[in-house]
Design a protein around this ligand. Sequence first.
Ligand code: TYD
Length: 230
Amino acid sequence: MANLAKGLRAARGRFITFEGGEGAGKSTQIKLLAERLNASKIPAITTREPGGSPGAEIVRHLLLSGLAKALGAEAESLLFAAARDDHVTTVIKPALEQGKWVLCDRFTDSTRVYQGELGHVDPQLIRAMERVTIGNLKPDLTFILDVPVAVGLKRAIERRGTATADRFEGEGIEFHEKLRNAYLGIAANEPKRCVLIDANADTETVASRIWTALRDHLFSAAIAGDNSKT
Ligand code: TYD
């Protein structure tokens, strides 16, 4: 493990995104994975979208407060893209170039699902915005955390306490069912990049599912890469 960590540190970092509906437990799992990677001497940072950089956090406020809702789904998409552009340029790319692993809470799949599938924004516009904002920076691995809608909403309500629902938490059950199906579709269409994680379990169980999948996907690829050089 120590040699592997050394080899991985020397190279560009890995870019791992976490996706899923409300209350899937992404933020807890990202934190746990970062701790585990750092404990294994693989430097990892956590970040989130929308937001993650000072400029993008301003746009986050505009989007999640619902202030931008009246502009329509297309304009909201452009705001998500503007935030992503800043985040990628100022945080994600520099960290990867320094050899850090970047764990990001939501990324382009969220735009495809929330604005594309649910907001009915033209897929061509979604693709064009991806080209502009991320270029060839595709995640090395995407975990899609899946929970039944009722479970996710219950967790989200508990987490929120007395605070008001944000722009998307406030949508109805049907919205969240469509959201879940859209994510299941992405996982089925891109099995090399995406790993579907059954997140309807306790925190430790989900964390160990994620760690096993990470090892299978990224560490075995790194080992295969190392072997091919010798
Ligand atoms: P957040 O409070 O981070 O929620 P969660 O814990 O569910 O990740 O809110 C982010 C919200 O923004 C979430 O409802 C999904 C939405 N979103 C989009 O609609 N499009 C996007 O491109 C991104 C990144 C997020």
